[in-house]
Design a protein around this ligand. Structure first.
Ligand code: ADP
Length: 815
């Protein structure tokens, strides 16, 4: 059988046919193709074909862009086609549906205008089996082509899958080859080449080559596409994850590390650290950068960097070194304290002249509430320096001063570095409060660390364990405070210039209250000055009835309570000014807590009022002794410190040595126990200054002679009865004054200390300076009451009964 399409045209030889030039496309036999036709020549050709037998030759232009082709511009192999349909469109356009019949060779161009007319030549026929089954090779070729083509369809995605169904139904090799060729999107030349291959077997082979090549390209495209997509997916995924991390961090209140690192870098730059610290900070920052942001270690590093960059490495306030201005400020903030202020000004003046920051550390010593802190504050104000304070009370661990190493959980720098940061300048005034309250234990001695802080020779390189780099403290002005000088560790005390503040008299307290405390508290409570009036008597009542202190801290608190009550009354619409009188005090603050007894007229046997110096200032101290039958034991009860027990022993020995003089049997201790008791509770009563008081009480108890009730005494005593000087004279005298004592016995050698005691107090208190125990007893012991004396044991009857309040004369001084 010949491969002859079943159409009516048997032979084309010598038949003239119109030709339609195709641009950029090929129409294969056995395919139906729509064409849009607009060129004049083409329209004419179609019209001609329509009037004849609807046959037309389709030949592709070698170059699609030529609008008006010559015969040379057309391929010589074309397709004979039948016009199936023709639609006229507006503006002379035509829509045609053509069906390829068979390939033809253009033999000659008969005419070119108004349309191409050609004579075509039959192409030699190729004998092929009717169906593929008869020729396995063809069969194989066809299957292979279909196979390749179906892959092509899948990969190219340009062709609908139905194309395959149509193709798979075709069993003629020729038709199959043309149908598939028509579907490929390949270059025009390739298609034209396929059209020009007459032998279907060759055409199938060529088709296989073309499709394989296409498949390769498509596969490559697919891979490229896949790679690109993977790349895109990856970056998209990363982007997405990053966004999520950001969102999570935001939720957790953290921020993005990269911006954080930049922030720290900027902070380090701005902090202007010394080289050592800057290098340390930078290396830590590099470490931080490498850590995952959530790591526990990162938190530690961040904290550390915050500390390093938060310190005022290079920030300083400018000093005002003006002694006159300082004097003005000290006076403005404090009443009285003349000597103290003078000492402070001298200290500042020396500092100014020597222009040195090195030098002794100022130490303000005195009971609570006497203005130590506020003096230090005024010093800072007068120098225009920043002020920070921290308390050393209860500090027992070196790390509190010097910080913990960073390896500790929750480690922090020590209090010194913390204060510096709080101050925000590297030359603040730092007040170290209660330096006498430091203790030390197995965790290390804080006082040695403190020594390094305070020592001008060492503190320019102060090493904090946490910081790991040194900080220069040499510009810091350290001031310390203490209640009792004796409790300050000796090496520290050596480096200090001590200024003692004793305590105030009632008159001074009254002035302080009027000038400072009341204005301060009224303002703090939102009251105007004219809204409250507190009379002097009321203030004095506050001082005597509601406070018992050397300073004015409780007084300030009491005034604050009064202001609170007054504020309430003002708000409730009471008429102002609110007058606070002595009587209204009781309704405001309750009944007075303290009663100052009037001069004790009650003279008692064996009871002596001593004077003690405690950390709260001076205080009175009641010493009681009774003699009971026994075997000479010395019984000590109450709050007696070790030193006081020794004093009691000494007093006992001394009395034994003068037993004869006292007129008591020399063997009194063999038949009697002596019980010494110090009832007044809480205050520690250490110190030997109760010596004369103990001795007097013992003498009184043994002789049964009463002791003057309005008398107080202080002084140390030797075994031979000499009275030795003691400390804290002003405090003790103020305490005696507060307790309404009339007469005070003081060691003669303490005469110089009376300078510090306000004159008005000296006038009201009779101060007797004593040198020997004889004198003490002469002042203290009253004669034996008459009636009692007669009833007494004869061993005590030696005491001259009619003598005033004197002491027996010494035996070697004949009467
Ligand atoms: P300290 O540090 O000695 O315990 P503070 O300095 O805290 O005492 O003083 C307690 C209060 O008393 C402060 O409000 C202070 O201003 C005030 N104060 C103490 N002494 C005086 C004074 N001489 N003049 C004015 N106010 C004083």
């Amino acid at each position: 059988m010949v491969n002859q399409p079943s159409n009516p045209i048997d032979s084309m030889d010598e038949k003239k046919l119109p030709l339609l030039a195709l641009r950029g496309m090929i129409v294969f036999p056995y395919t139906v193709t729509p064409l849009d036709v607009g060129r004049e020549r083409s329209v004419h050709a179609l019209e001609e074909a329509m009037v004849q037998d609807r046959l037309i030759v389709l030949a592709a232009q070698t170059e699609a862009r030529i609008a008006d082709p010559d015969p040379e511009d057309l391929f010589r192999i074309g397709t004979l086609a039948e016009i199936k349909q023709l639609l006229k469109m507006p503006e002379g356009q035509l829509k045609v549906l053509v069906e390829g019949i068979r390939r033809v060779k253009i033999a000659d161009f008969v005419q070119e205008d108004p349309y191409f007319e050609v004579v075509v030549e039959e192409l030699p026929e190729v004998a092929l089996p009717e169906t593929a089954e008869e020729d396995p090779e063809i069969e194989a070729l066809m299957r292979s082509v279909i196979d390749h083509f179906s892959q092509y369809v899948k990969l190219s995605k340009k062709l609908p899958a139905e194309v395959l169904i149509a193709i798979e139904d075709i069993d003629e090799p020729d038709r199959l080859a043309d149908n598939i060729a028509a579907q490929l999107s390949v270059a025009l030349e390739v298609k034209q080449n396929l059209l020009s291959i007459v032998d279907p077997r060759d055409r199938l082979e060529e088709l296989l080559v073309v499709i394989s090549k296409e498949l390769e390209i498509l596969e490559l495209e697919r891979r490229i596409h896949l790679r690109v997509r993977k790349q895109m997916d990856k970056s998209q995924k990363e982007y997405y994850l990053r966004e999520q991390i950001k969102a999570i961090q935001k939720e957790l209140g953290e921020h993005d590390t990269s911006s954080e690192v930049d922030e720290y870098r900027e902070k380090i730059r701005k902090a202007k650290m010394p080289k050592e610290a800057r290098e340390k900070a930078e290396s830590e920052l590099a470490r931080l950068q490498r850590m995952p942001p959530m790591a526990a270690e990162a938190v530690v590093v961040r904290n550390y960097l915050d500390w390093l960059t938060g310190l005022p490495w290079n920030k300083k306030t400018e000093d005002r070194l003006d002694v006159e201005e300082a004097a003005r400020i000290l006076d403005e903030d404090h009443y009285g304290l003349e000597k103290v202020k003078e000492r402070i000004l001298e200290f500042l003046a020396v500092r100014q002249l020597t222009n040195r920051t090195k030098g002794p550390i100022l130490c303000l010593v005195g009971p609570p509430g006497v203005g130590k802190t506020s003096l230090a504050q005024s010093i800072a104000r007068s120098m225009q320096r920043k002020f920070v304070r921290f308390s050393l009370g209860g500090v027992r661990d070196e790390a509190e001063i010097r910080g913990h190493r960073r390896t500790y959980v929750g480690a922090l720098p020590g209090k010194v570095i913390q204060s510096i940061r709080k101050a925000g300048s590297s030359n603040p005034v730092i007040l170290l409060d209660e330096i006498d309250k430091m203790t030390s234990d197995f965790r290390g001695d804080p006082s040695s660390a403190l020594l390094e802080v305070l020592d001008p020779e060492q503190n320019s390189n102060f090493g904090d364990h946490y910081l790991e780099v040194t900080y220069d403290l040499s510009d810091v002005f350290f001031i310390t405070t203490a209640n009792v000088l004796a409790n300050i560790p000796a090496p520290l005390r050596d480096r200090m210039e001590v200024i003692s503040i004793a305590g105030y008299t009632d008159e001074e307290k009254l002035e302080i209250a009027k000038r400072h405390l009341i204005p301060k508290q009224t303002e703090a409570h939102g009251l105007k000055e004219d809204q409250i009036q507190i009379s002097d008597n009321t203030i004095l009542k506050l001082i005597s009835g509601y406070t018992r202190e050397a300073g004015v801290r409780s007084l300030e608190r009491a005034i604050a309570s009064v202001c609170r009550k007054a504020a309430r009354e003002v708000v409730q619409g009471h008429s102002t000014p609110i007058r606070v009188s002595v009587t209204s005090l009781e309704s405001m603050l309750g009944r007075p807590r303290y009663h100052r007894s009037k001069a004790e007229t009650d003279h008692k046997v064996g009871v002596v009022t001593g004077l003690a110096f405690t950390q709260f200032g001076g205080d009175i101290l009641s010493i009681e002794i009774t003699v009971v039958p026994g075997k000479g034991k010395l019984i000590l009860t109450g709050q007696l410190g070790d030193v006081m027990k020794e004093s009691a022993q000494a007093a006992f020995s001394y009395i034994r040595s003068i037993a004869k003089l006292l007129g008591i049997p020399e063997d009194f201790h063999e038949h009697n126990d002596i019980h010494i008791h110090v009832p007044e509770g809480a205050v520690p009563k250490d110190g030997p200054s109760a010596g004369i008081a103990l001795t007097t009480a013992l003498a009184s108890a043994l002789t049964n002679r009463p002791v003057r009730g309005d008398l107080a005494m202080t002084g140390e005593v030797t075994l031979r009865g000499r009275v030795l000087p003691i400390g804290g004279v002003k405090e003790k005298i103020l305490a005696a004054y507060r307790a309404d004592i009339r007469k005070v016995l003081l060691p003669k050698e303490n005469a110089k200390d009376l300078e510090d005691v306000p004159k008005n107090i000296q006038r009201r208190l009779k101060i007797e300076l004593v040198d020997t125990m004889d004198e003490v007893l002469r002042h203290a012991l009253l004669p034996l009451p008459k009636v009692e004396a007669e009833e007494r044991e004869p061993n005590l009857s030696f005491i001259p009964k009619n003598e005033g309040n004197g002491w027996v004369e010494r035996p070697h001084e004949p009467q």
